[in-house]
Design a protein. Structure first.
Ligand SMILES: Cc1cc2nc3c(=O)[nH]c(=O)nc-3n(C[C@H](O)[C@H](O)[C@H](O)COP(=O)(O)OP(=O)(O)OC[C@H]3O[C@@H](n4cnc5c(N)ncnc54)[C@H](O)[C@@H]3O)c2cc1C
Length: 620
């Protein structure tokens, strides 16, 4: 029975059968875990998601957040869910037990976050930001700062945020105006306004710790002059107890399309000249330090795409099986034909298959990225470590932009499966769609992510990260090309991957020839192409594993004809699952990968009317 959130069988498949994360148990860092331990942990996370977090979805959306008398309150139901969530240790699952974590692999933490995020992403944002902010202090803080803030944050006693954006500085953080003035005791007086701050103020915890980007007076303009400060909402005494309020005044909260239960606040620091912050790390190293949290948040936003998509899909499948409408296409005009469930209609099938194949591909891709973090942690050599980190660096923007875009389209397609009912609040898909939209915008818009991918990530380590990744794809193609069932689909992947590599080189040459506007104008299209090729790669790889297991089941159960195999896939859950993974790869190859080469050719046409058109002509 579906939990209506996440296909946990597929989670298990990606983790243990496709990626083989059990290999991690052979290393010192993860030697204390077994597969059974991790399955039990996932089972507990599923219970938390289904029984504790999912019930807050509609209620949280309806109640929303309120701002009254300078204070923000968040939905009442979140308080109980937060308490249970942090008590169960889900805030820092992959951190070391030394700092209050469980020491789990990141790949398991991603699977846990998928369950919780699918249950209610607005809820997930409170622990997510707290985790990221605590992580900054763990990596860059002094012992004193760790003792003062980090432990309490990982334990969920206090919460955290991420304060970058200002009214005049969104995509371009060069323009940050918040200032930090030196105080005699080595601390800093912070003055400025931060806008759109998620979890910026709320009544979940007695204190909120804000990492704030600001410029120390006299430091140079631009991002090079930015430092980062720990600014608590309430000052903390030396003995760890709470002191006076720290002159962090909430100006208001946003009234939004979605994630209504996540408080998005404007924060005025130092309105009364009494806001004190502590420098985190070195002076003028703010951007470098904040990138740790920004990258974590980008991956989290990519996961948000997967989370919303999987919940919307699971609901859509259930609805499609129950909603009776229209005759079976094979019944023709038979007046006695009985109407059937809409899952029987080819166009509904196509929609479901489109959603399913993208979701499975995104799950494999995102868990792979988490696995890269695990592998870099246990790497035997510096080179190995650099290679795993290289995949992570290269893929972070793709995970963010591609998965949030596709997540939105999947939620929209789920609504189409429901028809008119999906557009109404009676069913949850309209909320999934509203909640998901922000993922394409925050943590850097998808347009900006694509520019980062093309302008920076592809060229990192002199292109070694990209070459290594394309090398992995080629290895997979070589292995699967002769596969009796998947060979012809692998050939489609090969053509798409070659076209993608070719357009990468074309960008380099265009840049060298002075036509740098070509890669810039086409960066978004490239991000989509690159994402499609990566998904195709992960889907074919997964299908190879699934096909082998399916063959073994056929053999064991004596299903030696097509007819018997089809019948088995109806009765046997495991056979049905594996056949679904094989089908996803075939569908994706034909539906999506066949278009990649022509999209690359279109980019080469160097069509620049969008740039050449006068501003006046955009609107008459
Ligand atoms: C609900 C919500 C929660 C948020 N949470 C946080 C948070 O916790 N912390 C935080 O610091 N911020 C947060 N933000 C802010 C968010 O990250 C920014 O809104 C986002 O980065 C875009 O900035 P902007 O809104 O100023 O848009 P702008 O920067 O004004 O961009 C507008 C449009 O122009 C495009 N654009 C701008 N510059 C360029 C360029 N050079 N090249 C190409 N295109 C460009 C953008 O892609 C976009 O399409 C949140 C925002 C929202 C709505």
């Amino acid at each position: 029975m579906s939990n209506l959130l996440v296909n946990t069988r597929d989670q298990e498949f990606v983790l243990f059968e496709q990626l083989g994360i059990d290999k991690l148990f052979e290393t010192e860092a993860f030697k204390d875990f077994t597969k059974d331990d991790l399955l039990m942990i996932l089972n507990e996370a599923e219970k938390m998601a289904v029984n504790v977090v999912a019930p807050t979805l509609a209620e949280g959306d309806k109640e929303g957040c309120t701002f009254k008398d300078g204070k923000v309150t968040i939905p009442k139901c979140f308080h109980d869910a937060w308490k249970k969530f942090v008590e169960a240790g889900w805030l820092a699952p992959s951190e070391s037990p030394d700092v209050g974590g469980q020491g789990l692999p990141r790949s398991i933490a991603f699977a846990v976050s998928e369950l919780i995020g699918a249950a209610n992403y607005a809820f997930q944002m409170y622990p997510g930001l707290t985790h990221g902010a605590a992580g900054l202090i763990e990596t860059y803080g002094t012992e004193e700062q760790k003792n003062k803030y980090m432990y309490k944050m990982y334990a969920g006693e206090w919460a955290g945020t991420m304060c970058l954006t200002e009214p005049g500085a969104g995509s371009d953080l060069n323009l940050i105006k918040t200032t930090a003035k030196r105080l005699p005791d080595g601390k800093f007086q912070i003055t400025g306004t931060k806008s759109f701050i998620s979890s910026g103020d709320h009544d979940l915890t007695p204190n909120i710790i804000h990492p704030v980007l600001a410029r120390i007076e006299g430091d140079p303009p631009g991002t090079k002059g930015i430092s980062i400060f720990i600014v608590p909402k309430i000052k903390v005494n030396d003995d760890g107890s709470l002191g006076e309020p720290n002159d962090v005044v909430t100006g208001g909260i946003e009234h939004k399309m979605g994630i209504k239960a996540s408080a998005t606040a404007t924060l005025n620091f130092g309105e009364n000249g009494n806001c004190v912050g502590e420098l985190l790390g070195g002076e003028r190293e703010g951007m470098r330090i904040m990138f740790q949290m920004m990258n974590e948040a980008r991956l989290g936003t990519g996961m948000q795409g997967l989370d919303s998509a999987t919940a919307a899909y699971e609901h859509a499948v259930q609805y499609a099986k129950e909603r009776i409408q229209g005759n079976d296409i094979m019944a023709g005009k038979d007046p006695n034909a009985k109407p059937v469930a809409i899952i029987n209609h080819p166009d509904v099938r196509r929609k479901l298959m489109w959603m399913k194949s993208h979701i499975e591909g995104m799950r494999s891709m995102n868990y792979f990225v988490a696995y890269c973090m695990d592998k870099s942690k246990v790497a035997a050599t510096e080179e190995e470590k650099a290679n795993w980190e290289g995949y992570l660096d290269l893929m972070t923007t793709v995970v963010k932009a591609y998965c949030s875009d596709k997540g939105l389209l999947i939620c929209s397609t789920a609504m189409d499966v429901y028809g008119g009912y999906g557009y109404c609040q009676e069913y949850p898909v309209e909320q999934y769609l509203r909640d998901e939209k922000i993922a394409t915008i925050y943590e850097g818009t998808n347009g900006i992510q694509s520019l980062t991918l093309v302008g920076r990530s592809l060229g990192q380590r002199k292109g070694a990260n990209a070459m290594n990744l394309f090398g992995e794809i080629q290895k997979n193609i070589k292995k699967m090309k002769e596969h009796k069932e998947l060979g012809k689909f692998t050939a489609i992947l090969e053509e798409a991957a070659n076209a993608c590599m070719d357009i990468t080189m074309f960008f380099v040459q265009a840049g060298k020839a002075g036509n740098f506007l070509l890669p810039i104008l086409n960066a978004y299209k490239f991000m989509e192409i690159f994402g499609d090729v990566l998904l195709g790669h992960f889907l074919i790889d997964a299908a190879g594993v699934a096909a082998e297991k399916l063959d073994a089941i056929y053999k064991e159960k004596g299903a030696d004809t097509e007819e018997k195999q089809k019948a088995l896939c109806k009765d046997d859950k495991e056979a049905a699952f594996y056949s679904g993974r094989v089908a996803s790869a075939k569908f994706f190859a034909v539906e999506i990968l066949t278009t990649v080469k022509s999209r690359c050719e279109a980019i080469k046409m160097d069509e620049k009317s969008a740039l050449e058109l006068s501003e006046e002509a955009f609107a008459y």
